[in-house]
Design a protein around this ligand. Structure first.
Ligand SMILES: Cc1cc2nc3c(=O)[nH]c(=O)nc-3n(C[C@H](O)[C@H](O)[C@H](O)COP(=O)(O)O)c2cc1C
Ligand code: SF4
Ligand code: FES
Length: 546
């Protein structure tokens, strides 16, 4: 089937709001009719997404890394300046926290960010973070570790689309077999086997299938996908093309979070270049395989990174989570079988397919093959991205590769895996970085972001920050999470005794863990429980505890 460009209702709604504000009355009726949806649904969608608000004078990061690295001073400076600005959770520059996007959506970090917030100009040209590989061979950082390859010419110098060309001469079954043999597990958090996911999609009878690259990377502290999209966009595209060929799809979508304007621009340019070169479109590289790719900008919602919420957003609905099953590989975008893979998962694919999965399977641990890119925030002596083989000790990552806490400050803990991850104190750092050993200890690797928490951190502020994140980002679909998050915020601010506050938080967290529809509500209490358990005195300031 010939590929065709996907037309997202979100883009039209966004354009409308930019020029006219939130749709109401007659306008809403006209726009809704044009999009083929009821006006009430249109209003629901438009008001759901934070990005629908008018463009402000700046977007200041309120993510965990920036919060711990001077973000408050940045917010205070913006307030003194009197400019309207938006708080956003993570801009993907956690290695240089605190960060903001200025009124032209240019990123600025630290000195340059403070300068802008104080009314100055300054420059904030983005550069790649420090990238190091400690695996026997680089997989995911194979291009970004060498300064990046955003253009097609640069990517071709390091072999882009050669593996695709070879694969297209063989059968889709061979690509599927390579994925099975490699044993790759998805990097979006759940660690689901990629080969199994692709096979499920390929085997579901359908006339049309989709491939979606999930570039919504919302975990504060993670910036791997941003760097991959900006510095190896052709790696993402080639991975999608190989997936499309393997599962029999003709349409692909790259969903890029709106907080990543640079990644969006680079991905769009790369898709256009690849199309002009015959790598996307009809009869790709003369093989008879057709595949079209569209790049779509997200709308500023953390939960839209969850696969079913992402599909809802693409279909022009509120970005709320759907009940699973059916899983997207059976019933995904527009009811068609759909593979959704994380950006990092896809960048590994050409490397895997190159030799039938052999080299990849030789790396890593028994249950977690290959390598993992981890991102270290500015709280470490050596922030940036480190690629390690699965099985490497977390302590080695923190102390040797990251160099420990910045400015000689001992670390009280690290936050691993974003807001649905963990608070790990030094006693817990001897765990190997891999899905099986971590899960056996109740630890989620998540997306592999590491945020350093120094001994002198404000732990009360950290807990308040976490709860506010939960309130701001809950999609609101289910009661335990929607109400539980707000009630937790109220409980913390109620001024009751420590024991009453802790008992109330316990009760609310238990309700969320047991009754929430998706991993957001089910998992976000875990790190907060760990924070309270480990740093109770520092949070409540009451060692006697009552
Ligand atoms: C609240 C929530 C947010 C998520 N955000 C992301 C995200 O930003 N990026 C991502 O790849 N996966 C995210 N996921 C996981 C996706 O639902 C999905 O499992 C993943 O994209 C599948 O890709 P993979 O198999 O390559 O890991 C999120 C899940 C939840 C519950
Ligand atoms: S747990 Fe939270 S984020 Fe997930 S569906 Fe329920 S309200 Fe939405
Ligand atoms: S850039 Fe601020 S938390 Fe990531």
């Amino acid at each position: 089937m010939a590929g065709k460009a996907f037309e997202p209702p979100l883009a039209r709604i966004r354009e409308f709001v930019k020029s006219h504000g939130l749709p109401s009355g007659h306008d809403a009726g006209l726009l809704a009719a044009g999009l083929g949806m009821p006006a009430a649904r249109l209003r629901g969608v438009a008001s759901y997404f934070a990005d629908q608000l008018q463009a402000p004078a700046g977007e200041v990061c309120a993510g965990t890394s920036c919060m711990l690295c001077g973000g408050k001073e940045l917010h205070d400076a913006m307030q003194r300046r009197g400019a309207s600005y938006r708080r956003v959770y993570c801009l993907g520059y956690c290695d240089r926290s605190p960060a903001l996007l200025d009124s032209t959506r240019r990123p600025r970090f630290r000195g340059s960010a403070y300068c802008f917030a104080s009314g100055g100009e300054g420059s904030g040209d983005p550069v790649l973070p420090d990238i190091r590989c400690h695996a026997r061979m680089p997989v995911v950082t194979r291009r970004i570790g060498r300064g990046g390859a955003a253009t097609l010419a640069a990517a071709r110098e390091s072999g882009a689309y050669e593996i695709l060309a070879r694969a297209l001469k063989g059968s889709p079954a061979e690509v599927l077999a390579a994925m099975d043999h490699a044993g790759e597990r998805g990097r979006g958090g759940a660690g689901f086997p990629t080969g199994k996911k692709w096979r499920s999609c390929a085997e579901t009878p359908a006339d049309r299938r989709y491939v979606i690259a999930n570039g919504d990377e919302g975990d504060p502290g993670s910036f791997i996908d941003r760097v991959l999209m900006e510095a190896d966009p052709h790696g993402v595209i080639e991975g999608m093309l190989l997936c499309g060929y393997a599962v029999g799809a003709a349409e692909g979508i790259v969903f890029v979070r709106s907080e990543y304007p640079q990644a969006l621009a680079v991905m769009q340019a790369a898709v256009a270049e690849a199309r002009n070169a015959g790598c996307i479109g009809t009869n790709i590289l003369g093989s008879g395989f057709d595949f079209e790719i569209t790049v779509i900008q997200g709308m500023g919602s953390y939960v839209c990174g969850e696969e079913t919420a992402l599909i809802n957003a693409l279909e022009g609905k509120r970005g709320e989570v759907r009940i699973r099953p059916p899983y997207p590989t059976e019933e995904g975008l527009h009811g068609c079988p759909t593979v959704i893979n994380n950006v990092e998962t896809l960048v590994n694919v050409p490397f895997i397919v190159a030799d039938g999965g052999e080299s990849y399977a030789a790396l890593g641990s028994p249950g977690s093959k290959g390598t993992k890119a981890l991102s270290l925030n500015r709280g470490f002596v050596r922030p940036g991205i480190v690629e390690v083989e699965f099985g490497t000790s977390l302590r080695q990552v923190i102390e040797d590769f990251g160099g420990g806490g910045r400015d000689g400050k001992p670390l009280a803990a690290v936050l691993l895996g974003g807001p649905m991850g963990n608070v790990l104190t030094p006693a817990e750092w001897d765990v190997p970085v891999c899905y099986e050993a971590m899960r056996a200890r109740g630890i989620e690797l998540g997306h592999g972001g590491l945020v350093a928490v120094p001994e002198d951190a404000d732990f009360r502020a950290l807990l308040e920050h976490w709860i506010r994140f939960m309130v701001d980002e809950s999609c609101g679909k289910c009661v335990p999470c929607r109400l539980g998050s707000q009630c937790a915020a109220n409980a913390l601010n109620a001024g009751t005794s420590e024991s009453t506050t802790r008992a109330r938080l316990d009760e609310l967290f238990a309700a969320m863990e047991q009754g929430s529809l998706c991993a957001f509500g089910r998992s976000i209490p875990r790190p907060m429980r760990q924070l309270v358990a480990n740093f109770r005195d520092r949070i409540f300031g009451n060692p006697a505890g009552s």
